[in-house]
Design a protein around this ligand. Structure first.
Ligand code: KIV
Length: 286
């Protein structure tokens, strides 16, 4: 890893410029400082501190147990590593559903405590009043449609959404409603490519796809899926860019073997003391 290079801070205007010029927007999830430093160096446009950390980092079966108090320190760590990406805090389950006021207060925490640039929340027509209110409070909002993991139970599992004409129409209508409510962008997770294409063609805000085909204005992936770091399953939409999980596992096995055999540590791995000081110490100890 080389020293972090400075790039210009990504702004909302930059994201809109990319959309208008037909230049795809890059977005990834990130939950910690060292990974954020790497993403800064790789010039990722948008970084999402996703509530997916409930699964990828904390090992829960779903994202539902995640709270604001879990999210904030991760968002702060990511911001420390990436001062220039457009940073989005993902609103956890039940931090915006109960009321408009709850939604504004929790969105505000991401901005005030973690220096985020925006927040993301899940849902369509049913969250339009939350989106409007948060936007009115001066906070940019990204919508999230299609597979919305906080509704995994109601959706019948982690599965493609909008495969029938009727459900696709509902997602298309929701995208319009979110845009009208002031969302600056919409994430479309696991909807058929042709539905994503229709939404993208009609939208005047950037559409970011996850498993939704090539026609969106940008793409997002979950970091742990990209690098073989999530042990339970690999979603179809996730391209693996390197098997860091295997590299780490090989290293762990070598470590266990070397400590067991006495091969580790070697003198270059420990700290010594001058003979004179050691003799003095022996005298002090009697
Ligand atoms: O929580 C998350 O990481 C997400 C992804 C689906 C992008 O919302």
């Amino acid at each position: 890893m080389s020293e972090t290079k400075t790039r210009k801070k990504v702004t909302l205007q930059d994201l809109y410029d990319k959309m208008r010029m037909g230049r795809p927007i890059t977005m990834l999830t990130c939950y910690d400082y060292p990974t954020a430093c790497l993403m800064e160096e790789a010039s990722v446009d948008i970084i999402l501190v996703g509530d997916s950390l409930g699964m990828t980092i904390l090992g829960y079966d779903t994202t539902l147990p995640v709270t604001m108090d879990i999210m904030i320190p991760h968002a702060q760590a990511v911001r420390r590593g990436t001062p220039n990406a457009w940073l989005i805090g993902d609103m956890p389950y039940m931090t915006y559903q109960p009321s408009v006021e709850t939604a504004i207060r929790n969105a505000g925490r991401f901005m005030a405590e973690a220096a985020c640039d925006a927040i993301k929340l899940e849902g369509g027509l049913e969250v339009v009043d939350r989106v409007e209110a948060i936007v009115k409070a001066g906070i940019p909002v990204m919508g999230h449609l299609g597979l919305t993991p906080q509704s995994v139970s109601a959706l019948g599992g982690f599965r493609v959404q909008g495969r029938s004409a009727a459900t696709a129409k509902k997602i298309i209508d929701s995208a319009k409603a979110l845009e009208d409510a002031g969302a600056f962008s919409i994430l479309l997770e696991m909807v058929p490519d042709r539905v994503c294409e229709i939404i993208t063609a009609r939208a005047s805000v950037p559409i970011i796809g996850l498993g939704s085909g090539p026609k969106a204005h940008g793409q997002v992936l979950i970091f742990h899926d990209m690098f073989g770091l999530y042990p339970r399953f690999k979603p179809k939409m996730a391209k693996v860019y390197g098997n860091a999980g295997q590299v780490i596992l090989d290293g762990l096995k070598r470590y266990v073997a070397e400590v067991t055999s006495g091969e580790f540590p070697k003198p270059e791995n420990w700290f010594g003391m001058k003979d004179t000081e050691f003799e003095e110490l022996k005298k002090l100890l009697g």
